[in-house]
Design a protein around this ligand. Structure first.
Ligand SMILES: O=C[C@H](O)COP(=O)(O)O
Length: 264
């Protein structure tokens, strides 16, 4: 039986301005409160755009919300002449818990390499911000049956020079690119295959205790209708949710997957 606390993280991507962020977060918080959600059983996080973070922090603090929040990217540097970049120091000061690093959209549109992803992971960890490291293959790699090898290489590159103690705090999100925003979800078996392979490689890179501590999420067209079957797999510890996290009632249902799995 796993002792890992499941994590449901909503990646809002480039959606919702700071006023919409407040409305969305309030509605999410009310919905979860009405449902008496146990945050110690399933952790809930939102990853808004940078410009929303101060508003989100203010609401979370004022209403003492148990929802945590994160950023969608971070600079590999802590300060200096890096126009447009956001320092991990600034994120830590805003009470940010998590930061997504190496999302496939950043790898694709901003040419982020495994080396840069690795530098960003070190940068975040240096300020106590927990990385959600995104890995996963595109459709051609999957068709060539090279998806496991490809994804494990991304994992190794990202964790180069990271100690076992640090690695235990990293969340890994497996997101097959062909399933992101397409409505096409990987099967629960696909998610389990990769989550198990990731945990196996972590055991080889570090040790079993580290591998057992790391949470592995699945991401790609997760909805309330498919989350329970994905979460039933032993190595899947949560979901990185894009589109469906913009609807607070739907995202609350995803976080409450245990309730609707047993028909409550
Ligand atoms: O970060 C989230 C993923 O890219 C999944 O997005 P999606 O749920 O809209 O497919």
């Amino acid at each position: 039986m796993s002792t890992r606390t499941p994590l449901m993280a909503g990646n809002w991507k480039m959606n919702l301005d700071h006023q919409q962020a407040i409305q969305t977060l309030q509605k999410l918080a009310w919905t979860l409160k009405d449902a008496k959600h146990d945050f110690s059983a399933v952790e809930v996080a939102v990853l808004p755009p940078f410009t929303d973070l101060r508003s989100v922090q203010t609401l979370v603090d004022a209403d003492k919300l148990e929802i945590v929040y994160g950023a969608q990217d971070v600079s590999a540097h802590s300060s200096g002449a890096y126009t447009g970049e956001i320092s991990p120091v600034f994120l830590a000061k805003l009470g940010v818990t998590y930061v997504a690093i190496g999302h496939s959209e950043r790898r694709e549109h901003h040419n982020e390499s495994d080396a840069l992803v690795n530098a960003k992971i070190k940068s975040a960890l240096g300020e106590g911000v927990l990385p959600i490291l995104c890995v996963g293959e595109d459709v051609d790699t999957r068709r060539a049956a090279a998806h496991v090898q490809h994804t494990l290489l991304q994992l190794e590159g990202a964790l180069d020079g990271i100690t076992a103690e640090q690695a235990k705090t990293v969340v890994v999100a497996y997101e097959p690119v062909w399933a992101i925003g397409t409505g096409e979800t990987a099967t629960p078996e696909d998610a389990q295959e990769m989550a198990e392979a990731i945990r196996g490689r972590l055991a080889e890179l570090y040790d079993q205790a580290t591998a057992d501590a790391v949470r592995v999420l699945y991401g790609g067209s997760v909805k309330s209708s498919n989350v329970a079957s994905i979460m039933a797999k032993p190595d899947v510890d949560g979901a990185l949710v894009g589109g469906a996290s913009l609807d607070p009632e739907e995202f609350a249902k995803i976080a409450r997957y245990q309730s609707h799995a047993v028909g409550l």
